[in-house]
Design a protein around this ligand. Sequence first.
Ligand code: ADP
Length: 248
Amino acid sequence: MSKDFILETRELVKEFKGFVAVNGVNLGVQRGQIHALIGPNGAGKTTVFNLLTKFLIPTKGQIVFNGNDITAEKPSQVARRGIVRSFQISATFPNLTVMENVRIGLQRATGTSMHFWRSERSLNQLNDKAMDLLDQVDLGSMADLTAVELPYGRKRALEIATTLAMDPELMLLDEPTQGMGHEDVDRVTQLIKKVGANRTILMVEHNMNVVSKIADTISVLQRGQVIAEGPYAVVSQNPQVLEAYMGT
Ligand code: ADP
């Protein structure tokens, strides 16, 4: 059976004034999978993410989402198609409560005016939906704290909740466990696994332990090229990967 790719890049190239940061990348993200993009610093991971969200325009190559060529589309068009990057589009408001942050995300996602939420019924619906999202990320008990009061690890959970509010078809996560202690890393790892059970996630992640636990497929980038792709068990045995990335 052929693979069902939600997103594909074909020979994607990005040059910065002659420097080739992304050099012919073919990525295939399968629907329903958690796909991790790993590689040493400077490998081109962030540049690939910026190309996918259209913050950068590719020098060459194609980006295909659900069978549509989206290479020439604008960031807003790509977001409307359902590609949503966490920790960027869904920036949180530090002085609003956790609940308010998610409600704003939901309001934005539905594109409804503030008027709409004046009726008690629609406001109740909004609150229920927001609470449901908070429960999904285990933040229900912290709904009334302001975002700034949340412990660091829990801020990521809030960002994931506000991203989920957009109901993304493909969720892009940018180093979700960066700067966290063990406990928070474990919590966020479990959260991503749970969220990934019923949607597609592409994540840049440095922590190999995290990747080994939750990624269905891993693409290893080095100097702008994919040097290996597959499940952890395969990729982690690849001699080129061991040499380039694992430092052995
Ligand atoms: P990673 O996310 O894997 O650490 P990046 O995608 O950030 O790697 O960077 C890949 C390479 O491209 C690096 O050598 C970086 O210096 C270079 N680069 C990234 N953005 C720019 C830019 N706007 N102008 C010039 N060089 C850039």
